[in-house]
Design a protein. Structure first.
Length: 154
């Protein structure tokens, strides 16, 4: 896989897409679930099983060679026509990363890591740590204490 600091090139994006497709929908496991008659209803049902978008499934069907380019194009047009590019049927709740939250809690409470320690460990900025991992409550967060609070004056 391409790992440079330059802006992602088309080749890098293609490699990342290929990796993600195989990781989430292994060709040997998913290939037989598509046919030349795959339609939007099939994709909506497969979405529930594979827990990926209908659009990802449609792309994968073409990559694994189970639908033609023309069939792929027809299905993309139907997806657009039905508004599924923005809101697909058979939505599912995103899973919460419970283990990650527990790891952050252990590091901050038991191991007494500070915000700076977490930033160094994760290699990211304090704002990202707060947004992504929420290791502190506002009263414990040293950076949050520096932010002035607005109040209504009458």
């Amino acid at each position: 896989m391409c790992c440079t600091t330059d802006p992602p090139s088309r080749r890098c994006e293609d490699e990342a897409d290929e990796f993600a497709g195989e990781f989430l929908m292994p060709a040997n496991d998913i290939r037989h679930q598509f046919s030349s008659r795959t339609d939007l209803n099939d994709l909506a049902q497969l979405k529930l099983h594979w827990r990926v978008s209908m659009q990802a499934l449609l792309s994968r069907a073409l990559v694994v060679g189970r639908i033609t380019k023309a069939h792929n194009t027809r299905l993309w047009k139907l997806i657009s026509m039905h508004g599924y590019r923005r809101c697909e049927p058979n939505g599912f709740r995103l899973e919460q990363a419970g283990l990650l939250a527990e790891m952050v809690r252990v590091h901050t409470e038991k191991l007494e890591f500070s915000l700076d320690d977490l930033c160094d460990l994760l290699g990211i900025e304090a704002e990202e740590v707060r947004l992504l991992y929420r290791p502190y409550t506002a009263s414990e967060d040293p950076v949050a204490k520096q932010v002035p609070h607005l109040r209504l004056v009458e």
